[in-house]
Design a protein. Sequence first.
Lengths: 437, 178
Amino acid sequence: MGFPHKSHPRETPILSRYFGDAEARTLDGWKKRGGYRALEKALAMAPAELINEVKESGLRGRGGAGFPTGMKWSFMKHGDGKPHYLCVNADESEPGTFKDREIMRWTPHALVEGAAIAAYAIGAETAYIYIRGEFTEPLKMMNAAVREAYAGGIIGKNAMGTGKRIDVHVHKGAGAYICGEETALMNSLEGKRGNPRIKPPFPAVAGAFGMPTTINNVETLAAVPHILNEGPAWYKAMSHSSPKSTGSKLFSVCGNIARPGNYEVEMGFPFKDFLYDLCGGPPPGRRFKAVIPGGSSVPIQTMAEAEATLMDYEGFVAQGSMLGSGGVIVFDDSQCMVKQIARLARFYAHESCAQCTQCREGTAWTTRILERIEHGQGTMEDLDTLLSLSKNMTGTTICVLSDSCATPIVSGIQKFRDEFEAHIKGKRCPMGASAAA
Amino acid sequence: MGGTRPGGDSSHSVHTSDEHYEPVFVGEAGRELEELLTRYPTKMAALLPALWIVQGARGWVSEEAMTEVAERLSLTPAYVKGVVTFYTMYHQHPVGKYFIQVCTTSPCGVCGAEDTVRALLEKTGCGELGATSEDGRFTVVEAECLGACGFATPIMINEEFVESVNKDNVPDILSRLP
């Protein structure tokens, strides 16, 4: 299958196999496709054994940071007498990223199953799936799947007849990018403003409701049943460059490209083939200019960097960026990079929770300076000011929203300095983009 | 003057108080809240869901509703207001029958989101962002990344997602609304 496009022969559709297949959304349909076999298997294993399987597979967090999933689960101390919680981060809000949306929209039971397995592994009886408020269709699908799973005895006080309790609740967010940050999500779940918390303590010690908590991304959890069904060696074999990056990964592709959508490839796939072959290259008559490969918070790549990249955690770093969330934003030669970077800064200024000065002030000031340059009113000193502000916005705040605003600014000035200078010297946007702003 | 800003005029204030407020959490909504409370170890955790129930029932969250929610969850009205104002999706004043959010973040921006916004403002008669049309049918706002970047430009009409909206199909999309 595949949605919105049929899977390309060079894709490896594992998570995306049933995208577009409405029958896979139902419990019966999911079971027919092998659903809940992995949960049954997991509940018969000891949690430590289960965690080892996931460790062995090499699975790393798909939300952005790439932390090893099995290791994260192993931080939860069984038998400490405290309630444990699993939080599922379904607050997908990183510009350019729309993969979790499709997982929840088409295969909601994959997430229920992955969440139930993870909850059991970390000794939690309760899992909260925190879904951003704007995701009305994924919310509807997840609510229906959870209801069906309860009714079918798969989750609840006697999960799959094992006597183990696993409750899964869907929690609807209310509009705030920052709630995708793990500790902000926990505050929001608790009924608070979504301000990130200072770490330590880390969530495994004191997370949701002050109790030991593990938080995992939707795509990470959706991969877990496959690992249990097919074995860690099978998963680990999907690795064509760095041995530290294994498995398949969903990449969301958007912007100026012939075929936007979600694509699933094995780790280490050549980015050049991905962009030109799978995604069909630039729109007719255009050339690619730049790519942000891992959601708006990672450094911008030039096309030379992008075309030399092998798509895995290490491969994107080696070519000046990061894999991040796998949200690929492509800009063609009709786009003004100054305008695009200014727009990204405006996004972060809007989304800053405002508790740290460097972020609250820095995101607003950089936005104003960038918009000034875009409109032909900038000076050469503005570039130094932007770099100086960016430096002070990096590594100085409670969470990394501020760093994320600085990242496209710094990489943009480094890699597309001529465009900035052309705006300043010519006192106008050379592409005429500012007229439309 | 009544509720929301008439199109093209932002000088009138918007009201945040509902003079004829009737409690929301009676009957079915009350039972729904009781069920919600069983899902969390604290009452406070039911705050966001409770506010969603209010907005579902009334279309917005008035000062009076915040007070009712505060009482039900043993919080102060000031605390509830602090939470309501943090999030973008709770309406603190009445909005048009169709509340339209348009994604204008970079990925949609490079695919013509600005033109989509202009077409929506013109065809709905709203004139400016955040204003409600004279007939009370529409309010159009910009949203930051709606998480559907591959389907640029996505818009939300109340709870309904519409993908691949552009300046040319705006009239057709609007004409389908009852």
